[in-house]
Ligand binder design. Structure first.
Ligand SMILES: *Cc1c(COP(=O)(O)O)cnc(C)c1O
Length: 425
């Protein structure tokens, strides 16, 4: 059943005309139970974070064990074992040389921390002019003002704020099947030129490796990252990977950076970090970045500290989540999902459908316009599936624990919508 809400202000919603949301009363595995006893398979893992499904016994236990001790203590002057253990685990599993973890409470905050860290890195080295960023068009890095400034300025959801937030440098997004593609060549050429002429202003390049999420659900070749790494080194600019969407297996590797064997100077993780249980981000820096903050001068310390950073319950559940990923062959599960998605939707053709693409546990149908997806929500609901198209993209990013039958129910709804479009014309 849908529920009319008024006091609860919904995200990205015109509250005057918003289609009333469904009320969830229980979650179990990949299924969401609504108040009218309808059951929906969650095809997008609650904005890509619930990778183990809902109400997972192991994660629940981790929460309860930590709760029985305490939920939270400040990280100023006090530490807790859950935060220490998670930091050590993240250092172990992320690419080499990423050795120092700064916690925050959401993806956007994790990105803000990364940007601020990059700016202060150069200030601490006596180069305060290096304070701007280069980002990719079609990128999305979050909803806070710094993150907005490096998200696509024309195509993205923050058009309205153009001229208000800080302007940054942009290069065209890479794309295509390999590094010889026109899109990659153009993008790398622009990046090289920009870094050559403006490196005295530029603190860092920030990008979503391999998979651009909310800015266009696009894939691009891993080799691009090696070239970006080389150009950043050549022009003395830091490289930041926003792995908030790609981290923890979504593209098929534990981190997208591994697909190119590239270590960024700073990496940001969030979304699947706690298996979707709590908001938590980790901004992880190399020793080179970290050491620029070490000094006898207290002024050079990193001046940041969210109230809830290192929350013990969030950290405990994140460690339990990573343990599941490592011990229950999650990359194998992603591979199996990728195979089914390939079979079902890769290269699919149909009326109003521009492209159908798959990478890891991500399947995307790109339509000509958002109007091609009007009415999709009810169409899917009638078929027992929860998907939330964004703009002209209908995508699935299911929980990794989904079984083949449920996954095929999702792809069937997507395919049925394509043929339904054909009949509407
Ligand atoms: C979701 C997302 C963010 C923002 O994270 P929030 O937790 O929503 O603030 C930033 N970058 C990428 C790539 C994302 O997918």
């Amino acid at each position: 059943m849908t529920t009319h809400v008024n006091s609860l202000w919904l995200p990205y919603a015109q509250m005057k005309t918003v289609v009333p949301p469904y009320r969830v009363v229980r979650g179990e595995g990949v299924k969401l139970y609504l108040d009218d006893s309808k059951v929906l398979i969650d095809g997008i893992s609650s904005w890509w974070c619930v990778i183990h499904g809902y109400n997972h016994p192991v994660l629940n236990q981790a929460v309860q064990e930590q709760l029985a001790k305490f939920a939270h203590v400040m990280l100023g002057g006090l530490v807790n074992d859950a935060a220490i253990h998670l930091a050590e685990t993240l250092v172990r599993i992320t690419p080499p040389r990423l050795n120092h973890v700064f916690f925050g409470d959401s993806g956007s905050v994790g990105v803000e921390v990364a940007l601020k860290m990059a700016i202060q890195f150069w200030r601490n080295k006596g180069v305060p002019q290096k304070s701007r960023f280069v980002a990719l068009r079609r990128g999305y890095h979050g909803d806070t003002t710094g993150a907005m400034s490096v998200s696509d300025d024309d195509e993205g959801m923050h058009r309205l704020f153009k001229g208000v937030i800080l302007s940054q440098y942009f290069v065209d997004a890479p794309g295509g099947v390999d590094i010889e593609s026109e899109e990659c060549k153009v993008s790398l050429h622009q990046l090289a030129e920009l870094l050559k002429s403006n490196n005295s202003q530029i603190a860092a390049v920030i990008l979503e490796p391999i998979f651009q999420g909310a800015g266009g659900f696009r894939f691009y070749p891993p080799e691009y990252l090696s070239h970006a790494r080389r150009l950043c080194d050549e022009h003395e600019v830091l490289l930041i990977f926003d792995e908030i969407a790609t981290g923890f297996g979504r593209t098929g590797a534990l981190f997208a950076a591994e697909l190119a064997n590239v270590t960024p100077d700073i990496m940001v993780l969030s979304k699947a970090l706690t298996g979707g249980y709590f908001g938590l981000s980790a901004t992880i820096a190399t020793s080179q970045v970290y050491e620029s903050f070490l000094s006898d001068d207290p002024e050079l310390a990193f001046m940041h500290g969210p109230t809830f950073m290192g929350n013990a319950v969030a950290c405990a559940v994140a460690s339990a989540s990573i343990n599941l990923i490592e011990t229950e062959n999650y990359l194998g599960k992603v591979k199996a999902i990728e195979q089914v998605l390939f079979e079902e939707i890769q290269g699919l053709e149909g009326a109003s459908l521009c492209d159908a693409r798959v990478l890891g546990a991500i399947g995307v149908l790109e339509f000509e316009s958002p109007s091609n997806l009007m009415g999709f929500r009810e169409f899917a609901l009638d078929r027992g599936v929860w998907l939330r198209p964004y703009s002209k993209w209908l995508y699935t990013m299911p929980p990794y624990i989904i079984d083949e039958d449920d996954l095929r129910r999702i792809t069937t709804v997507m395919k049925e919508w394509v043929s339904y479009q054909g009949k509407r014309i």
